[in-house]
Design a protein around this ligand. Structure first.
Ligand SMILES: *Cc1c(COP(=O)(O)O)cnc(C)c1O
Length: 455
């Protein structure tokens, strides 16, 4: 089997293998890792997916990237333990389907990536006798999914920084009730403060002994597992060609789909659905890329992103080059500079993109409950509404990325009902919480780490 190597979107760093791309996260030239060559899933393999369950499909696809780096049997075991929950594809009406990526242990689609990536990271780190301390800043769903995925894995620790006042009680409890190797830290500040502390820690040579690794969506290891559910949904639909409508923030989810198409999945097009952070639909229309700064606050809060990190990958696929301008020591001078224009004609054939307003989200949640008896939440509503704006002549799969019970305030206000708690969220009340609290101060964070992990 051919070995897939990875290059940086900035093209200044050397090519690395999967394990290196996974453990590094970002390339040394600050670019994102891309497969040099796309592995192919043949028509025959795709039609065999009809008769396979989710973990088997996952194993077949990931094997193409991992080659002989990991024994097939072990990869299979990892997939079985990662995907021990349902992945329903529901027919709604006309040409419209919903793919529910909400049944994992933290009730968001981030479980799909985090649960696989955690096991792969642990495997490759221990093979190289590297220590592994995963450090993440979270504004909501990522922290819970990552903490949950690494919980009780040997030789790994997880440190999660979250803004004390900006996460919901349920989101906080998903991180603070685990214990063992999970160390949540509440920062008296904003998400950006958490992010700044994390970035500084990665560049701090005094912390090298901890083996700090990032688990955010710039990591190719998080994208690879997200290729799988596009193949899976296709296999369950049994149609010749499908459209996917993907609620997008950092564009990691939709990149999984783009890679799936590159590998051979018959996708007619993607609908990149965004909330009021409309930099991408604007770009598609005008060809000019302008980040939205500061990002706009919408109820689909995991998508409040004004400069999506994975756009540099997307532009790269279409021959473009999007990067940040930096000085010699790496400080960002200007975010999101499009140095080479991608092939707009091709992009416009492969993508539609729509911005969905708060009012439209509310209307959509209400209408789907009243007319179809289906309860959706704000992120999914953005995807569904965007699909309605498009011409629906082909089957459209809309991705629902979170369980409505994660947004009880919204559901109560619109529908005057209490969203039923899924099993995964129901055990959180009354469990003891454990977390550190600190000011938004780097020195204090370093002290905390030293105390927690004495050498
Ligand atoms: C993270 C997240 C998204 C956005 O996904 P991207 O990969 O960043 O585009 C959408 N919905 C929910 C519920 C999320 O947690």
């Amino acid at each position: 089997m051919e070995r897939i190597l990875f290059r940086s979107t900035n093209r200044q760093s050397s090519e690395v293998d999967f394990s290196e791309a996974l453990l590094r996260g970002q390339a040394p030239d600050y670019g994102l890792y891309m497969p040099v060559k796309m592995p192919v899933i043949s028509k025959k393999e795709i039609s065999a997916f009809d008769r396979m369950d989710y973990p088997h499909i996952a194993c077949t696809i990931m094997k193409k990237f991992l080659g002989e780096d990991i024994p097939r049997e072990l990869l299979g075991k990892m997939a079985v333990s990662a995907y021990n929950f349902d992945v329903p594809v529901q027919y709604v009406r006309d040409n419209l389907y919903i793919l529910w990526l909400t049944k994992g242990p933290t009730a968001s689609f981030k479980d799909f990536a985090a649960r696989m990536m955690a096991q792969l990271m642990q495997y490759f780190a221990s093979r190289e006798s590297r220590k592994l301390t995963v450090l993440v800043a979270t504004s909501g769903d990522t922290g819970g999914a990552v903490a949950n995925a690494f919980h009780r894995l040997d030789n790994t620790n997880v440190v999660v920084l979250f803004p004390f006042r900006e996460v919901t009680e349920r989101q906080r409890k998903q991180m603070t009730t685990l214990g063992d190797n999970v160390f949540p830290v509440a920062v008296k500040g904003k998400f950006d403060d958490c992010q700044a502390i994390v970035k500084r820690a990665f560049n701090d040579s005094e912390l090298e002994c901890l083996g700090l690794t990032s688990a955010n969506s710039i990591n190719f290891g998080r994208l690879m597992p997200q290729i799988v559910y596009y193949f899976y949904a296709y296999s369950r639909l049994k149609k010749d060609e499908v459209v996917f409508s993907v609620p997008s923030g950092n564009f990691g989810n939709i990149m999984g789909g783009v890679f799936a198409k590159k590998m051979g999945l018959p996708v007619k097009k993607f609908i990149a659905a965004v909330n009021e952070n409309d930099e991408f639909p604007e770009f598609m229309e005008t060809g000019v890329y302008k980040p939205v700064v500061p990002s706009r606050e919408c109820s689909s809060n995991a998508m409040n992103v004004g400069h999506p990190s994975n756009l540099s990958r997307l532009m790269d696929i279409y021959g473009g080059w999007l990067t940040d301008e930096r000085d010699e020591i790496g400080t960002v001078l200007k975010k999101g500079v499009l140095k080479i224009q991608p092939d707009m004609k091709k992009m416009r054939t492969d993508f539609s993109s729509y911005s969905v307003t708060e009012k439209e989200v509310d209307e959509t949640i209400t209408a789907y409950f009243k007319n179809c008896g289906i309860l959706i939440e704000p992120h999914g509503a953005v995807g569904i509404r965007a699909a309605e704006k498009d011409d629906c002549s082909s089957p459209v799969v809309c991705i629902e990325t979170a369980d409505p019970a994660k947004f009880p305030e919204k559901i109560r206000a619109l529908l005057n009902l209490e969203p039923p708690l899924p099993f995964s969220l129901s055990g959180l009340d009354g469990v003891r919480e454990d977390f550190a609290t600190m000011e938004s101060d780097y020195a204090e964070f370093k002290n905390l780490l030293r105390k927690k992990f004495p050498r």
